[in-house]
Ligand binder design. Structure first.
Ligand SMILES: [Zn+2]
Length: 274
């Protein structure tokens, strides 16, 4: 099994709030999210703690192929709850959360689960790739009626707009009609996008945090086949390096309005047929 993994924090030397891992037949990327400075979270733990703890527990739970991927995620969310319930307010809407992309070999098939805006790409033999991501968060943001695109990164106006967005989004988080993400509600796991593909139909599987998918899905600098070609020939480290180059060409987020100049980026590439 040939698996390549790369991850980089959005700021050099900063905390990487993503979690990427692989075990035999099991591949995982999580992207932790929390409250911006000045917004209460109800939790004494860091976002990185949440992503790493959930990721480790999910790797263990999903290694039992008798358990569905959504059930494995639900159980893992419950287990993380037990680890911070004593110190933290699990009912707080600002509690740390994570997006999830998970793939597992089970018999002759590859099963997948995607929750929130993590991205899973199935590179199919002789076909266009299938991109699995849950765009419900983007849909909710589109309905917030914000006054235009985010202003340039770095200013007080940008920080204020982000704070306001996060506070308004809290109402929609893990609610019917809103968007779903791993946090403190195990039932969110059953809202994930799931599917399975015969192993023989796959060339490769890629799992990406949204910080590593943006060349294709936000910046439109690559097609998905281009992105898969970079992963195949040069590996996930090169994909992240090219992402950083594009971000550096637009540090203020003028061409591509966004929350941060660079986001934590993680990619797992599994060459199925190698
Ligand atoms: Zn906590």
């Amino acid at each position: 099994m040939r698996v390549l993994i790369a991850g980089e924090p959005g700021r050099p030397g900063g905390d990487n709030e993503d979690f990427a891992a692989a075990a035999p037949g099991l591949f995982l990327v999580l992207d932790g999210a929390g409250s911006p400075p000045g917004v209460e979270s109800g939790c004494v733990h860091s976002v990185a703690w949440y992503a790493r703890t959930l990721g480790g527990l999910l790797l263990a739970a999903a290694s039992d192929v008798g358990v569905g991927l959504d059930e494995a995620l639900a159980v893992s969310i419950e287990r993380v709850n037990a680890l911070h319930a004593g110190a933290c307010d699990l009912g707080h809407p600002g509690s740390p959360s994570a997006t999830v992309a998970l793939a597992r070999v089970n018999g002759g098939r590859v099963e997948h689960l995607v929750l929130a805006d993590a991205v899973l790409v199935l590179d199919r033999v002789g076909q266009v790739p299938t991109v699995v991501t849950d765009d419900r968060l983007a849909g909710v943001i589109a309905h917030l009626n914000e006054p235009g695109a985010l202003p340039s990164v770095g200013g007080e106006e940008h920080a204020g707009r982000l704070r306001s967005r996060v506070e308004r989004l809290a109402v929609y988080r893990n609610q019917p009609g809103g968007f779903w993400v791993a946090s403190t509600k195990p039932e969110a796991a059953h809202e994930a996008l799931m599917g399975s593909t015969p192993l023989g139909e796959l060339d490769a599987v890629a799992l990406l945090s949204d910080g590593a998918s943006r060349l294709a899905d936000r910046f439109d600098l690559m097609t998905w086949p281009d992105l898969l070609a970079v992963l195949r020939k040069n590996g996930p480290g090169e994909l992240i390096a090219r992402t950083r180059e594009a971000e550096a060409s637009d540090p203020g987020g003028v061409r591509w309005p966004r929350g941060k100049t660079s986001d934590d980026a993680s990619a797992v590439y599994w060459a199925v047929r190698d």
